[in-house]
Write a protein that binds this ligand. Structure first.
Ligand SMILES: *Cc1c(COP(=O)(O)O)cnc(C)c1O
Ligand SMILES: [Zn+2]
Length: 441
């Protein structure tokens, strides 16, 4: 690893102010926009990279085993590999899912499953880079405001780096599966009686005063790590670019990373065309879908609601980055109902693939886009499953037993329900049951 070819840069095309990588800064001091890591790939030979990355799969070196740092030529902000904090992440499977394809009306469909990460969501792809930067900066403490996968991931990487993780929870809504991870990994967990935005403002103030590094989704280094999802997906596809990549959208960091990764891959000559991208939101938390449809500024949803808690975001911080990336790839933004998400999730389950509700928004969205004629049946489509089934087992049980309700209390039909059956210790009855539920040969 050599001298860094990266700087921090304001994302606003009319500002573009630059900052040193060593500055602890999260938004532009001049205009307030988000920052991005700007990579100059001058002198990087794109042609040899495919083979180099392939060869590293045979290596046992810590940074070669990681499915993020194996692609480190595309993350040149790290100049000393000893700083790298890895668990290791990435190396996630790309599944063929014929039953899900049929459900969506497609000839074929692939799922890139980021739930196969150390803490079972794609947040690990970004967090390895974010915590590595914290170490580069010499930080002893990292913090985030989150009740979800971000806190689970940050807690694990901080533990691996021997840093203290501080998690701030907004009062009220707590996702126990994810909170359980944070507690187990030893994070200092503080519940605050305020909403997300007010806590984040406070944390950012305190962070400056106390020397704590903030790893919320504004953090540009997390975006750098998340680029690896699409790099690895394309490598697994033999560098054949699909027609569509589909992913759920919450704070919109993941779509921002996907778009940046694709543009940089093209710049390096690793791909010569761009796929189209579809971002899917849940109907009750769909400010980006509204902005895409109506244009203009994004109007925040004041009370975002969805059972897909990972995308229950009313005011997505990265929407301008996301809008730029969606525009670049002629992408679309769609929204789907709670019923559509729940059914799509069960269909994915029937493929032997378990994901959390937010991830299933992808299949629901694809089905809608195929029906509307926006995506052709013959299109090559790859969807990103963002988190693992076991993040939210309560939802799964409620769906299959017909007890799931939308946030406003409407019942959700168990279209593909699979409730457990209770029966006495009775040979005849059990034999009869097995007969009744026997699959036709
Ligand atoms: C964070 C998260 C999302 C949303 O990603 P954004 O980058 O905020 O758009 C979707 N699904 C899961 C499982 C997540 O953890
Ligand atoms: Zn600026």
């Amino acid at each position: 690893m050599t001298a860094s070819r990266s700087t921090l840069r304001c994302h606003d095309a009319n500002c573009r102010k630059r900052y040193e990588l060593s500055e602890v800064i999260y938004s532009c001091a001049t205009c307030g926009s988000l920052l991005e890591v700007f990579n100059s790939f001058d002198g990087v030979e794109g042609s040899g990279l495919r083979e180099l990355w392939q060869e590293r799969r045979l290596s046992r070196r810590r940074i070669d085993v990681s499915g993020v740092w194996r692609f480190r030529e595309m993350l040149p902000f790290v100049t000393d590999e000893r700083h790298i904090v890895t668990l290791p992440e990435g190396n996630t499977p790309l599944f063929e899912a014929p039953a899900a394809a049929a459900y969506a009306g497609l000839d074929g469909l692939q799922f890139k499953h980021q739930g196969y990460n150390p803490t079972a969501s794609f947040k690990d792809n970004g967090m390895t880079a974010g915590v590595t930067q914290a170490r580069v900066l010499g930080m002893q403490r990292v913090a985030c405001v989150s009740t979800g996968n971000t806190s689970a991931s940050m807690a694990a990487y901080a533990a691996a780096a021997d840093m203290q993780a501080v998690i701030f929870l907004p009062a009220g809504k707590i996702a126990y599966g994810k909170l359980a991870q944070a507690l187990e990994y030893g994070a200092l967990t503080i519940q605050v009686e305020a909403n997300f935005d007010r806590i984040l403002a406070l944390v950012r103030e305190l962070a400056v005063a106390l020397g704590i590094y903030v790893l919320n989704s504004v953090n540009p280094f997390r975006i750098e790590g998340q680029k690896s999802i699409v790099i690895e997906m394309l490598e697994q596809r033999g560098w054949r670019v699909p027609d569509w990549i589909v992913l759920p959208g919450g704070n919109l960091g993941n779509i921002s990373a996907l778009g940046k990764g694709l543009r940089e891959l093209r710049q390096l000559g690793l791909i010569d065309s761009l796929p189209r991208v579809a971002v899917i939101q849940a109907e009750g938390s769909a400010p980006f879908h509204a902005q895409f449809r109506d244009g203009g500024e994004l109007r925040a949803v004041r009370k975002p609601e969805t059972l897909a808690t990972a995308i229950r975001i009313g005011d997505p911080v990265s929407w301008r980055k996301a809008a730029f990336e969606v525009g670049t790839v002629h992408g679309v933004v769609e929204s789907v109902t709670e019923q559509e998400i729940a059914d799509a999730k069960a269909v994915i389950g029937r493929c032997g693939i378990g994901c959390e509700p937010a991830s299933a928004a992808t299949l629901a969205g694809i089905r809608k886009l195929v029906k509307a004629g926006a995506v052709k049946a013959s299109a090559e489509v790859a969807a990103i499953l963002t988190g693992h089934l076991l993040k939210d087992p309560d939802y799964v049980y409620r769906y299959h037993s017909g007890q799931l309700e939308t946030p406003s209390g409407q019942p959700i039909r168990a279209t593909f329900g699979n409730a457990p059956i209770t029966v006495g210790h009775d040979r005849g009855r059990i034999a009869e049951l097995l007969e009744r539920y026997a699959r036709p040969a």
